[in-house]
Design a protein around this ligand. Structure first.
Ligand SMILES: *Cc1c(COP(=O)(O)O)cnc(C)c1O
Length: 384
């Protein structure tokens, strides 16, 4: 690896040559000049940190999710890490979570000082609540469910366990903006709903950003302090904190994206409904069994094939035919080199391991057409 190469140019250039892309950022930000105009306002006021646009973003999210307290921060990872720090996580504490997630979930737990205690998932990729209780020890401080692909975990059961053992819940809702479980928004089942504004998320900006949906005034105040050095005003340092604010310029981008999030969500749902219908009729293709209690927002559309060999062959074929199919992700977190020190081994979480070998994500965003979807389904049917 070159020391000064921060850009994975070869990977991204290859993806961009495909006909049906996974990400349509160029199309999505076709109206970028409007955003640049609003940048000008920020530049003229010199308010590059916090300020009016950040307030406005927090207020808009608060209206959207019908919740009182929003703390915007520097990234989704920071949203999780700061939440863990806010509940007082220390070296030696344990946090129960899923091995089927993005690296950041576990990275946040480890950088906060805790040990990730994995619990296997179910066929819907989400943590299996029935396996949580047996993992609770004296050191357990929190449960950190991930609403994978935009499908909310079974929060009734998870909340019940948390209550019984007096554990905190922190929701990794980075995939799940506007998703619901029993008519309640993801991120509102705990004091800490953690969201990301990364370019590849459903609600996205031109860099990094995130926020915490916080239902508790005490933690709200604490997070607001923590994200900005623990400062009150300019000269009083109440606690030692971090520098993790949502950039004002990113808040401008986010305000623009917020206008489209309902449309984006609705399109993803419509595309997924169509895919569900077509794909379930193909033998040897398995989709997640939908649950009427859950409103999924399909950050990813995932399907499972019979085994790794067929999965790999299908991915290769799709890419050859111009479809940017992806694997999220090929290795379960407990088997990553970074997790070695925790002593997990192959076979510990059989369902997560199997799903990482058999699943595929296919493009499902608002710029994928019906024709594109039919084309993808047809290609898949030829492989399985
Ligand atoms: C993207 C993501 C994060 C991290 O968000 P960043 O804004 O990139 O820091 C955390 N968890 C999950 C499940 C994610 O997909």
């Amino acid at each position: 690896m070159s020391l000064k190469n921060n850009y994975l140019i070869k990977n991204y250039q290859k993806d961009r040559t495909l006909k049906i892309k996974h990400n349509y950022l160029t199309e999505q930000f076709f109206d970028y000049k409007k955003i640049l105009k609003n940048f000008e306002k920020v530049i003229k006021t010199n308010e590059f940190t916090l300020g009016k646009e950040v307030d406005e973003f927090e207020n808009k999210i608060s209206n959207l999710l019908k919740t009182k307290y929003i703390v915007s921060v520097g990234s989704g990872t920071d949203a999780i890490m700061l939440s863990l720090k806010a509940i007082g996580i220390q070296e030696g504490d344990e946090v129960i979570t899923t091995p089927f997630t993005f690296y950041a979930t576990i990275g946040a737990i480890v950088t906060a000082g805790a040990k990730p205690i994995f619990v296997d998932v179910r066929e819907d990729y989400n943590i299996n609540p029935d396996l949580i209780e047996e993992k609770i020890t004296k050191k357990t401080k929190a449960i950190l469910p991930v609403h994978w692909a935009g499908r909310v975990c079974e929060m009734d059961k998870i909340n019940k366990i948390a209550k019984k053992y007096k554990l905190k819940i922190i929701e990794d809702s980075c995939h799940a903006i506007l998703a619901k479980y029993k008519n309640k928004f993801a991120g509102k089942f705990s004091s800490f709903g953690c969201f990301s504004l990364h370019p590849l998320k459903n609600l996205n900006v031109w860099g990094d950003g995130g926020f915490v949906v916080c239902s508790n005034k005490y933690y709200y105040k604490k997070l607001r302090l923590m994200r900005n050095h623990g400062l009150v005003g300019r000269n009083k340092n109440l606690i030692f904190g971090y520098n993790s604010r949502l950039d004002t310029l990113q808040a401008v981008v986010a305000l623009n994206a917020l206008k489209k999030i309902k449309y984006i969500t609705q399109k993803r749902i419509a595309n997924s409904n169509f895919l569900d219908k077509k794909l379930t009729s193909i033998q040897n293709v398995k989709c997640v069994k939908r649950d009427k209690n859950i409103k999924e927002v399909f950050h990813l559309y995932k399907l499972n094939l019979k085994n790794k060999k067929i999965r790999d062959k299908t991915i290769k074929f799709l890419i050859k035919k111009g479809v940017d199919a992806k694997i999220h992700y090929p290795t379960s977190m407990h088997l990553q080199p970074a997790a070695k020190k925790f002593g997990y081994k192959k076979g510990d979480f059989p369902i997560a391991e199997r799903l990482s070998q058999t699943s595929i994500s296919i493009p499902v965003h608002e710029y994928v057409t019906r024709k594109n979807l039919k084309y993808i389904v047809n290609l898949i049917s030829k492989c399985v």
